[in-house]
Design a protein around this ligand. Structure first.
Ligand code: IPE
Ligand code: IPE
Ligand code: MG
Length: 238
Protein backbone atom coordinates (compact mmCIF):
# COMPACT_ATOMS: atom_id res chain seq x y z
CA UNK A 1 0.00 0.00 0.00
CA UNK A 2 1.14 3.52 -0.81
CA UNK A 3 2.59 5.69 1.93
CA UNK A 4 -0.14 7.22 4.04
CA UNK A 5 0.24 10.59 5.69
CA UNK A 6 -1.99 9.83 8.64
CA UNK A 7 -3.89 12.91 9.85
CA UNK A 8 -3.88 13.67 13.57
CA UNK A 9 -7.58 14.46 13.56
CA UNK A 10 -10.24 12.95 11.31
CA UNK A 11 -13.81 14.18 11.61
CA UNK A 12 -16.69 12.35 9.94
CA UNK A 13 -20.26 13.29 9.05
CA UNK A 14 -21.78 9.81 9.19
CA UNK A 15 -24.60 10.33 6.70
CA UNK A 16 -26.85 7.99 4.72
CA UNK A 17 -28.18 5.49 7.27
CA UNK A 18 -31.78 6.17 6.21
CA UNK A 19 -31.09 5.74 2.50
CA UNK A 20 -29.06 2.59 3.16
CA UNK A 21 -32.12 1.10 4.87
CA UNK A 22 -34.57 2.37 2.25
CA UNK A 23 -32.55 0.74 -0.52
CA UNK A 24 -33.06 -2.57 1.29
CA UNK A 25 -36.71 -1.97 2.15
CA UNK A 26 -35.80 -1.89 5.82
CA UNK A 27 -36.96 0.57 8.49
CA UNK A 28 -34.72 3.62 9.02
CA UNK A 29 -33.68 2.32 12.43
CA UNK A 30 -32.05 -0.72 10.81
CA UNK A 31 -29.91 1.78 8.98
CA UNK A 32 -28.91 3.46 12.24
CA UNK A 33 -28.09 0.07 13.71
CA UNK A 34 -25.95 -0.85 10.70
CA UNK A 35 -24.31 2.57 11.02
CA UNK A 36 -23.20 1.76 14.56
CA UNK A 37 -21.62 -1.47 13.36
CA UNK A 38 -19.72 0.48 10.71
CA UNK A 39 -18.60 2.98 13.34
CA UNK A 40 -17.19 0.23 15.51
CA UNK A 41 -14.88 -0.88 12.68
CA UNK A 42 -13.86 2.69 11.89
CA UNK A 43 -12.89 3.32 15.51
CA UNK A 44 -10.77 0.16 15.54
CA UNK A 45 -8.99 1.03 12.30
CA UNK A 46 -8.46 4.65 13.37
CA UNK A 47 -6.74 3.38 16.48
CA UNK A 48 -4.60 0.96 14.51
CA UNK A 49 -3.59 3.68 12.02
CA UNK A 50 -2.41 5.94 14.81
CA UNK A 51 -5.00 8.66 14.30
CA UNK A 52 -4.98 10.73 17.50
CA UNK A 53 -8.48 12.21 17.35
CA UNK A 54 -11.59 10.82 15.67
CA UNK A 55 -14.69 12.99 15.82
CA UNK A 56 -18.01 11.65 14.55
CA UNK A 57 -21.22 13.57 13.96
CA UNK A 58 -23.85 11.28 15.46
CA UNK A 59 -26.80 13.59 16.14
CA UNK A 60 -27.23 17.25 15.27
CA UNK A 61 -29.28 19.92 17.03
CA UNK A 62 -31.44 19.88 13.87
CA UNK A 63 -32.04 16.11 13.99
CA UNK A 64 -34.73 16.65 16.67
CA UNK A 65 -36.99 17.57 13.74
CA UNK A 66 -37.33 13.85 12.96
CA UNK A 67 -40.12 11.65 14.31
CA UNK A 68 -40.11 10.75 17.99
CA UNK A 69 -39.84 7.14 16.96
CA UNK A 70 -36.66 7.68 14.97
CA UNK A 71 -35.04 9.98 17.55
CA UNK A 72 -35.90 7.64 20.43
CA UNK A 73 -34.65 4.66 18.43
CA UNK A 74 -31.34 6.35 17.63
CA UNK A 75 -30.65 6.91 21.34
CA UNK A 76 -31.68 3.36 22.25
CA UNK A 77 -29.22 2.05 19.66
CA UNK A 78 -26.56 4.37 21.06
CA UNK A 79 -27.13 3.09 24.62
CA UNK A 80 -27.01 -0.51 23.39
CA UNK A 81 -23.69 -0.06 21.61
CA UNK A 82 -21.98 1.99 24.30
CA UNK A 83 -22.95 -0.72 26.76
CA UNK A 84 -21.78 -3.52 24.48
CA UNK A 85 -18.52 -1.94 23.33
CA UNK A 86 -17.33 0.00 26.37
CA UNK A 87 -15.04 -2.67 27.81
CA UNK A 88 -13.37 -3.25 24.45
CA UNK A 89 -12.91 0.47 23.89
CA UNK A 90 -11.36 0.67 27.33
CA UNK A 91 -9.06 -2.30 26.68
CA UNK A 92 -7.93 -0.59 23.50
CA UNK A 93 -6.99 2.49 25.53
CA UNK A 94 -9.60 4.66 23.73
CA UNK A 95 -10.68 7.81 25.52
CA UNK A 96 -14.31 8.76 24.86
CA UNK A 97 -15.57 12.33 24.94
CA UNK A 98 -18.81 13.99 23.91
CA UNK A 99 -19.20 17.27 22.02
CA UNK A 100 -22.54 19.00 22.36
CA UNK A 101 -25.24 19.40 24.95
CA UNK A 102 -25.67 15.68 25.59
CA UNK A 103 -27.38 16.29 28.92
CA UNK A 104 -30.56 17.05 26.95
CA UNK A 105 -30.62 13.46 25.66
CA UNK A 106 -32.89 10.83 27.25
CA UNK A 107 -31.78 10.01 30.79
CA UNK A 108 -30.62 6.49 29.99
CA UNK A 109 -28.32 7.81 27.25
CA UNK A 110 -26.89 10.50 29.54
CA UNK A 111 -26.11 7.87 32.17
CA UNK A 112 -24.45 5.49 29.71
CA UNK A 113 -22.38 8.25 28.17
CA UNK A 114 -21.22 9.48 31.56
CA UNK A 115 -20.20 5.94 32.44
CA UNK A 116 -18.11 5.82 29.26
CA UNK A 117 -16.53 9.22 29.94
CA UNK A 118 -15.66 8.23 33.50
CA UNK A 119 -14.32 4.77 32.67
CA UNK A 120 -12.05 5.93 29.84
CA UNK A 121 -10.98 9.31 31.19
CA UNK A 122 -7.34 8.33 31.87
CA UNK A 123 -6.82 6.43 28.62
CA UNK A 124 -4.03 7.65 26.40
CA UNK A 125 -4.83 6.07 23.02
CA UNK A 126 -7.26 7.28 20.36
CA UNK A 127 -9.40 10.18 21.52
CA UNK A 128 -12.88 9.39 20.25
CA UNK A 129 -15.21 12.38 20.26
CA UNK A 130 -18.91 11.82 19.65
CA UNK A 131 -20.87 14.89 18.57
CA UNK A 132 -24.33 14.49 20.06
CA UNK A 133 -26.98 17.17 20.09
CA UNK A 134 -24.20 19.16 18.47
CA UNK A 135 -24.59 22.23 16.29
CA UNK A 136 -21.71 24.47 15.38
CA UNK A 137 -23.63 27.76 15.39
CA UNK A 138 -25.06 26.94 18.81
CA UNK A 139 -21.56 26.08 20.01
CA UNK A 140 -20.22 29.45 18.83
CA UNK A 141 -23.24 31.26 20.29
CA UNK A 142 -22.65 29.61 23.69
CA UNK A 143 -19.00 30.60 23.52
CA UNK A 144 -19.93 34.24 22.85
CA UNK A 145 -22.43 34.22 25.71
CA UNK A 146 -19.90 32.70 28.14
CA UNK A 147 -17.29 35.23 27.11
CA UNK A 148 -19.78 38.07 27.63
CA UNK A 149 -20.58 36.75 31.08
CA UNK A 150 -16.88 36.40 31.95
CA UNK A 151 -16.34 39.98 30.84
CA UNK A 152 -19.18 41.16 33.10
CA UNK A 153 -17.75 39.26 36.05
CA UNK A 154 -14.23 40.50 35.36
CA UNK A 155 -12.77 37.06 34.56
CA UNK A 156 -12.02 38.12 31.00
CA UNK A 157 -11.07 41.48 29.54
CA UNK A 158 -12.46 42.56 26.20
CA UNK A 159 -8.99 43.32 24.84
CA UNK A 160 -7.86 39.76 25.69
CA UNK A 161 -10.26 38.19 23.19
CA UNK A 162 -8.36 36.46 20.40
CA UNK A 163 -9.08 33.50 18.11
CA UNK A 164 -7.17 31.39 20.63
CA UNK A 165 -9.34 32.54 23.51
CA UNK A 166 -12.57 32.05 21.55
CA UNK A 167 -11.42 28.49 20.73
CA UNK A 168 -11.08 27.84 24.46
CA UNK A 169 -14.81 28.48 24.88
CA UNK A 170 -15.85 25.86 22.31
CA UNK A 171 -16.68 22.20 23.06
CA UNK A 172 -13.47 21.36 21.18
CA UNK A 173 -11.27 23.40 23.54
CA UNK A 174 -8.68 20.64 24.02
CA UNK A 175 -8.82 19.19 20.53
CA UNK A 176 -6.73 20.33 17.54
CA UNK A 177 -8.66 21.38 14.43
CA UNK A 178 -9.59 18.49 12.11
CA UNK A 179 -7.07 17.85 9.35
CA UNK A 180 -9.53 15.82 7.34
CA UNK A 181 -13.32 16.02 7.25
CA UNK A 182 -15.10 13.13 5.57
CA UNK A 183 -18.79 13.10 4.63
CA UNK A 184 -20.48 9.99 3.33
CA UNK A 185 -23.64 9.45 1.25
CA UNK A 186 -22.75 11.83 -1.56
CA UNK A 187 -23.95 14.99 0.20
CA UNK A 188 -21.50 17.85 0.01
CA UNK A 189 -22.26 20.13 2.91
CA UNK A 190 -21.28 20.61 6.54
CA UNK A 191 -24.80 20.65 8.05
CA UNK A 192 -23.67 22.74 11.03
CA UNK A 193 -20.60 20.60 11.86
CA UNK A 194 -17.33 22.16 13.12
CA UNK A 195 -17.76 25.42 11.16
CA UNK A 196 -15.05 27.29 13.08
CA UNK A 197 -12.72 24.32 13.44
CA UNK A 198 -12.74 23.23 9.78
CA UNK A 199 -11.48 26.58 8.42
CA UNK A 200 -8.42 24.85 6.91
CA UNK A 201 -9.50 21.21 6.85
CA UNK A 202 -9.24 19.03 3.78
CA UNK A 203 -12.57 17.56 2.64
CA UNK A 204 -13.20 14.12 1.20
CA UNK A 205 -16.69 13.16 0.07
CA UNK A 206 -17.62 9.53 -0.32
CA UNK A 207 -20.68 8.31 -2.21
CA UNK A 208 -20.98 5.31 0.12
CA UNK A 209 -23.82 5.37 2.61
CA UNK A 210 -22.42 5.38 6.12
CA UNK A 211 -23.15 1.68 6.90
CA UNK A 212 -21.10 0.77 3.81
CA UNK A 213 -18.15 2.96 4.81
CA UNK A 214 -15.57 0.30 5.56
CA UNK A 215 -12.09 0.73 7.09
CA UNK A 216 -10.72 0.27 3.54
CA UNK A 217 -12.72 3.32 2.47
CA UNK A 218 -11.29 5.24 5.41
CA UNK A 219 -7.81 4.34 4.19
CA UNK A 220 -8.75 5.46 0.68
CA UNK A 221 -9.87 8.81 2.07
CA UNK A 222 -6.60 9.12 3.96
CA UNK A 223 -4.78 8.20 0.74
CA UNK A 224 -6.52 11.10 -0.98
CA UNK A 225 -5.68 13.38 1.93
CA UNK A 226 -2.02 12.32 1.67
CA UNK A 227 -1.86 13.76 -1.85
CA UNK A 228 -3.29 17.13 -0.91
CA UNK A 229 -1.06 20.16 -0.49
CA UNK A 230 -2.10 22.30 2.43
CA UNK A 231 -1.05 25.91 2.19
CA UNK A 232 -2.94 27.66 4.98
CA UNK A 233 -2.88 30.80 2.88
CA UNK A 234 0.87 30.68 2.38
CA UNK A 235 2.98 29.69 -0.59
CA UNK A 236 3.87 26.07 -1.22
CA UNK A 237 7.60 25.46 -1.13
CA UNK A 238 9.45 23.03 -3.35
C1 IPE B 1 -27.16 9.91 9.39
O1 IPE B 1 -28.00 9.21 8.53
C2 IPE B 1 -27.48 9.68 10.84
C3 IPE B 1 -28.17 10.82 11.50
C4 IPE B 1 -28.37 11.99 10.97
C5 IPE B 1 -28.66 10.58 12.84
P1 IPE B 1 -29.40 9.79 8.10
O2 IPE B 1 -30.45 9.30 9.04
O3 IPE B 1 -29.35 11.25 7.92
O4 IPE B 1 -29.59 9.07 6.69
P2 IPE B 1 -30.23 9.71 5.38
O5 IPE B 1 -29.49 10.97 5.10
O6 IPE B 1 -31.67 9.96 5.68
O7 IPE B 1 -30.02 8.68 4.34
C1 IPE C 1 -25.87 15.53 9.39
O1 IPE C 1 -26.69 14.72 8.63
C2 IPE C 1 -25.94 15.13 10.83
C3 IPE C 1 -25.40 13.81 11.16
C4 IPE C 1 -24.80 13.01 10.33
C5 IPE C 1 -25.55 13.44 12.53
P1 IPE C 1 -28.17 15.15 8.23
O2 IPE C 1 -28.74 14.02 7.46
O3 IPE C 1 -28.90 15.59 9.44
O4 IPE C 1 -27.90 16.42 7.32
P2 IPE C 1 -28.82 17.12 6.22
O5 IPE C 1 -30.17 17.31 6.83
O6 IPE C 1 -28.87 16.20 5.04
O7 IPE C 1 -28.11 18.40 5.89
MG1 MG D 1 -28.88 12.44 6.33
Amino acid sequence: MEFLKVPDHVAIVMDGNGRWAKMRNLPRLSGHNAGMKALKEIVKRSSALGIKHLTVYAFSTENWKRSGEEVGGIFKILVYYVDKELSELHENNVKVSVLGNYRKLPEEAVKKLEEALEKTKDNTGLQFHIALNYGSRGEILNAVRSMASDITSGKLKQEQITEEILSRYLYTRDIPDPDLVIRTSGEKRLSNFLLWQSAYSEFVFSDAYWPDFTPERLEEAIGEYSKRVRRFGGINEG
